[in-house]
Design a protein around this ligand. Structure first.
Ligand code: PSU
Ligand code: MN
Length: 315
């Protein structure tokens, strides 16, 4: 049985894919482990609306009842959002076990990429990717997202990486993995809540049609994924110095409480939301919506071209 046997694609997404219409994949760890209820559900619905407004069909991806669900909506979306951190967090290594257990899981960037590729979706919007954690020289904590980007033919539109990570090391690993890091309207790789990080992207593009060309070519060449960095809108950005102090405090808390491995990112996100009294959450939602808009525009540009045919497609 192939991995495709586990796919459950909604009728709307299936019809859009069959007709070559633009589709944008959306992840779900951001729903289960990235934000509290009910803001997570509201965010998920708003992001889908943004994708539609810009001419594409949204496909929220999760593991539901032991299946790869593509186009999660309605009651299922509500169930996932309510379950929150009690649901599993599915990275690549968890997938087979979770399918066997038949449960519900938020899919990380890595797993959402895998499932999107399986379904034939090339464009995926998220908030921030996982990466190399600060202190990784001791902990070895490097997100599986970075490896997935090197092998799975999907373009991920993000607002960079949070500085809960070591952004310099994250970019080094992406370089080692051969992942193109493109800036949309920026020379700098953004730092999630801040528009700048002090680190450059590999290539800057100011036109979504050009980004679509690069994505199509990367996929045609069978060279894996693409990371597109789209800075948070100016009006929603937070003051870099004050957020940095909160991040440092959250990391100290994780160390004191001995939080590590897959629990670390959700712990830090939650602490930072508390420490900023929700301001970080508001910005987080704004940047995801902004990424959904750009992803939809790229998907529209890509659909206007010949459909990319992946040279290699692996689950
Ligand atoms: N970074 C964020 N918000 C998030 C995540 C990362 O700013 O919600 C989620 C994404 O789903 C990402 C995952 O793929 O956390 C990375 O987890 P880990 O570091 O355990 O690989
Ligand atoms: Mn990790």
């Amino acid at each position: 049985m192939s991995a495709k046997a586990y796919l459950s694609i909604s009728n709307e997404v299936k019809a859009a894919l069959a007709a070559g219409k633009p589709v944008v994949a959306l992840e779900s760890t951001i729903i289960t482990h990235g934000m509290p209820y009910p803001q997570n559900l509201e965010m998920a619905k708003n992001v889908e609306a943004v994708v539609r407004k810009h001419g594409a069909v949204p496909a929220t991806i999760a593991i539901m009842d032991g299946r790869f669900a593509v186009g999660v909506s309605g009651d299922d979306l509500e169930r996932l959002a309510l379950e929150g951190g009690k649901a599993a967090k599915a990275s690549r290594r968890d997938v087979a076990a979770l399918l066997v257990q038949g449960g519900m899981a938020g899919t990380t960037v890595a797993t959402t990429m895998q499932i999107a590729a399986l379904a034939g979706i090339a464009i995926f919007a998220t908030g921030g990717i996982g990466g190399v954690h600060r202190g990784a020289e001791d902990t070895f904590d490097i997100s599986a997202d970075l490896e997935e980007l090197s092998r799975t033919p999907v373009a991920v539109i993000c607002a960079g990486a949070k500085s809960i990570l070591d952004i310099g090391k994250t970019l080094e690993v992406l370089e080692t993995n051969g992942v193109p890091v493109l800036g949309y309207g920026t020379d700098e790789f953004p730092a999630f809540w801040a528009r700048v990080s002090g680190h450059k992207v590999d290539h800057r593009f100011d036109d979504v049609a050009d980004l679509a060309k690069v994505v199509a070519l990367q996929i045609e060449l069978g060279m894996g994924g693409v990371l597109i960095a789209n800075p948070i809108p100016e009006a929603d950005a937070l003051d870099a110095a004050s957020i940095e102090a909160r991040i440092a405090e959250a990391i100290r808390g994780a160390e004191t409480e001995g939080v590590s491995r897959k629990a670390l990112t959700p712990f830090l996100l939650n602490r930072i939301f508390e420490l900023t009294e929700g301001r970080s959450l508001k910005s987080n939602i704004a940047l995801v919506e902004n990424n959904a808009k750009v992803a939809a525009q790229i998907a529209v540009a890509l659909a206007a071209r010949a459909q990319p045919k992946p040279a290699i497609r692996r689950a």
